[in-house]
Design a protein around this ligand. Sequence first.
Ligand SMILES: Cc1ncc(COP(=O)(O)O)c(C=O)c1O
Length: 403
Amino acid sequence: MAGKWRRDFEILDDTVHGHALVYLDNAATTQMPRQVRDRIAGYYAHEHANVHRGVHYLSERATGALERARSHVSAFIGAAHPEEVVFTDGATDSLNMVARGLSDIIEPGTAVVVSDLEHHSNFVPWQRLCAERGAEFLIWRSHDGRLSLSELEALLAGHTVKVVAVTQVSNVTGTVVPVTDVAALAHRFGSIAVADGAQGILHEGMDASASGIDLYAFSAHKMLGPTGTGVLYGRRDLLESLAPSRFGGGMVGTVGDSETTFGALPYRLEAGTPNISGIIGLDAAISYLEENGLDEMRAHERELTAYAVERLEALDGVAVLGHPELRSSIVSFELAGASAFDVAFMLDKLGVAVRSGHHCAQPALRSLGVDSTVRASVAPYNEKDDIDALCDGLARIRKMLGS
Ligand SMILES: Cc1ncc(COP(=O)(O)O)c(C=O)c1O
């Protein structure tokens, strides 16, 4: 039964303001199961050392654990080779590395396309890059949370587009963007396809080789892992040509007085000491997902998400924002007569954790015609009871506000 996962997340047994915690802020950060926390603690207790630079026992153990993690991530996302997995600080870091690394091909007369459903971390780096390089920054517009491939095709047909960068799942509307179709279309017009998998990796998954996506970014902390760790996947030939944007230890070949050569993949893109415990935690999170029925988890999440939409739409005064064809794990809404901030604040007093604001996606909110939303988002350990608690809380707030 679905409830079996919940017992691995002790934090969910906590009380908040005298109420049982109902955690529906998973799009911001998911909770970590005991198995992941134990693995990280075990690393610090028995394996902690710097990697790649020592010949002593501990350094070799830490290096072995890190490289096993790389192979595991590689298999999990269907990469063709482990060196196609670069460890970063998170999705934001990965996307900034991509935009910086591709800067040479973004010239006057060329363009980059992003959708208006992007998180700022897959919007601002490209906007900045285009401004710096004198290239066009084109926005693929959504309509009530839906994106049309024919509108993307029209943009590609009318410009010299070098990069199409889209989210796999919108962190505002939950829209599942058909990134495989986007990649095929981008390739037809000679563009590189970049996907932001921060909200997609846990709930939808990624088969990188089969999808045709050229570059893919995600964060460990949105897939039951720790904060401060992320991944940049890239096709090997593309990563080999990506210019490093961070320089320092571990990534060089030879450092001369006037010139430096860079090392082989993936190290040429991994300057400095990596977040070793975070990477080991990511490895453990993937093991947890694989060993505990990932397909079943995703089916459970789909059912919960549909239930949340159905219950919220039936509530007086609640308007769900965005109606994608396919929705993944996220529902944004407004409550008539109350600001999103006030709703989230009052729900918190009832023990229900949701997020309010623009969710670092202001263009997406503009497309929906609002300044802020309340956002509820689910993970495998949530239950229908959590959605009921959210809806009961909203009904209480409506009553308190006298509406
Ligand atoms: C769609 C999307 N992309 C990127 C990010 C950035 O992730 P991080 O803050 O882990 O770098 C987020 C975080 O909320 C997100 O939802």
